[in-house]
Ligand binder design. Sequence first.
Ligand SMILES: Nc1ncnc2c1ncn2[C@@H]1O[C@H](COP(=O)(O)OP(=O)(O)O)[C@@H](O)[C@H]1O
Ligand SMILES: [Mg+2]
Length: 603
Amino acid sequence: MPIRLLPPTLVNRIAAGEVIERPASAVKELVENAIDAGATRIDVTLRDGGRSLITVVDDGSGMSAAELELAVERHATSKLPDDDLTHIATLGFRGEALPSIAAVGRLTIQSRRAGSDAAWSLAVEGGGKGTVQPAALGQGTRVELRDLFYATPARLKFLKASRTELDHAADVVNRLAMANPEIAFALFDDARPVLRYSAAAGDLLNNAAAARLARLAQVMGREFADNALAIDVVREEVRLTGHIGLPTLNRATAAQQYLFVNGRPVRDRLLQGAVRGAYQDFLARDRHPLVALFLELPAEAVDVNVHPTKAEVRFRDPGLVRGLIVGAARHALAAAGHRAATTVAANTLASFRPQAAVPSSPWRPTASLPRGFAEAAAAAYAPLDADAAGLPGFAAPQARAESTEAAAAAAFPLGAARAQLHETYIVAQTADGIVIVDQHAAHERLVYERMKHALAATGIERQSLLIPEVVELEAPAVERLLARREELAELGLVLEAFGPGAVVVREVPALLGPADAQGLVRDLADELAEFGQALGLKERLEEICGTMACHGSVRAGRRLTPAEMDALLREMEATPHSGQCNHGRPTYVELKLADIERLFGRR
Ligand SMILES: Nc1ncnc2c1ncn2[C@@H]1O[C@H](COP(=O)(O)OP(=O)(O)O)[C@@H](O)[C@H]1O
Ligand SMILES: [Mg+2]
C-alpha cells in the first residue's frame, strides 16, 4: 500500500477521537474557551444528554469575522502569542478543540467581538467549513453543537443513558466552577436548570478565600463547608490552598475529591496519592475524604502538555508537591484535635426520632455515618422497655455521685464520665450537653497514636510474658510471621520459631496491657497473608495497631472504673485525631442540651 498524507477531515476526526470522548468532553472544551475569553457568565444547555444538542453561551471577548474564520482551523490559537509552551496561562493552547468538535458533530459558532456592533456566524459540518454570515448576538460567543458523533456511529453506540452523560457534563461544569468563583455558571437539561451558581458578589469580591469557600459550598454542599479545614501553605514557589474535610465526613468513592493545578481541574495520580497518604491513618481503605485543593506554581514548574485532555500534569519536583499536600493536610487534621464532623451528632439525633420528618430536618442523613452506630447508640439509650423493672441498661453501671471533682471534669471538652452502658459506651456530662464514647473505638485510636509516637521517638516498649505463649498455626502462617520477625519486634511483638506448626510469643507491646496473645498472633498471620510481601509493617501500622488494640485491654465488653473512664476521656482530648477511629468512624458523639431539649419538645 502506498504511503500518503491523510486528508484534513480524517486528521481532525482522528484527533477528535482522543479529545472528544463523550458530550462532557465537548462541554469541557467549550466552557474552557469561554473562561479563557474572560466571560463573567457561562450558560450550558444539553439535550438528550448532549447527543442531539449542546450549547455554550458566554459574555467573553468574542471574535471578529476573521478570527472566527480562523478559530475552527487546526492548530489555530490566540493563546500562544510568543510560541512559548513553558508559560501557559490559559486553559487552552493547542488550537485543536474547535476543529475536533467540528469533525464529530454539526458545529455553529456565533460571536460578537467586544466593542464591535456586528456579530458573525460560521457553520462547520462534516469537516466542510461554511462562509461567515452576519448574525444577531450580544457581546460574547454562542457555540452550538448538534448531532454529536453522527458521523462516527461506533462512538455513538458507546454513549450511556442521557442521565449519565448529563451527570458527566455536570461534573465538568462543577470542577470548572470551583476554580472560577468569579464567574456565574448555569447548566440546563433542555429547559430544566440542573446547576446554577451565582458569581461572587459584595464583600466576597475582595476576599478570594471567602469567595472560593462560598462556591465550594454551592458545589459540594453546606455540609462540606461546615466540616472542612482551611489549607493555605507555601513552600518554595508552590502554594497550596483549599479545604479538606474532617475524616468523619467520608464517602465510598473518591468522586468528591477535587484537585486543581494553576486553575486547571486535574485527576492526577500523584495528587490523588498524596491525599490518600494524608488520610491513610484516619480512614479505612474503602472510605474517601472530601477535598478541594488548589495548587499554584510557576508555569515552568509544571508541564500541562502531557495528556490529550490535560487531565494529568507533570511536575518538575513531584516530591515537593506530594510533601506539601501530605504535610499541610496532616497538620490541619492534627490541629483539628478530637473534632468530629457535625454530621455525626446530627445523624444520631435524626435516628433518635424516626417519626419526625427527617427529610425536611436540617440534618441530612448521609452515607458518611456507619449504619448501626446510631442504632447501637440508640439501643444503649433505651433501657425503658417493657420488662425493664430493674432497668437492665442502668443496673450495673457505676453511677457517679455528684462531686466537686466531677463538676471540674465537666469543664473539659469531653466532660466527666457518669456511667458506662452495656460495657461498651461511656456516657459523660459536659458543660452544655452529653458525650457518648465508643470505648473500644476510642481506645484503638489512642493505642494507634501512642504506638506511632513511640515508634518515632524511643521505640515501642515491650513487656515480656512470664510464661511464653505457644501459638499453633499452619506452616505457611508460621513462615509468614517469622519472615517479618524483625519488623514485628520493632512494633513490640517478639516471636520465635517453635517447630514447623507453631510460634512462641515472648514479649508483647507494653501499651496493650494484658493482651490476648493467641488471638493477636492469629489475626496478624491472617493480615500478613493479605498484605503480601510488598509493604513494610510500619506502612501498615494502622492495620497492625488496629489488630493489636483489638486484642488489648480496653475492648468493648470490659467494665471500666470511673477513674479509668475519665482517664480515657482526658487522653482523647490530648490526642490528635482521636475524634475518629482508624476507619473513619467517630469515636464519640456529642449531643448538646439544646438538641436534647428539642428531642423532647422542650424547645
Ligand atoms: N468562546 C470563545 N470566545 C472567544 N474566542 C474563542 C472562544 N472559543 C474559541 N475562541 C478562539 O478560538 C481559538 C481556537 O479555540 P480552540 O480550538 O479551543 O483552541 P485553543 O483553546 O487551544 O486555543 C481560541 O484560541 C480563541 O482565540
Ligand atoms: Mg480551547
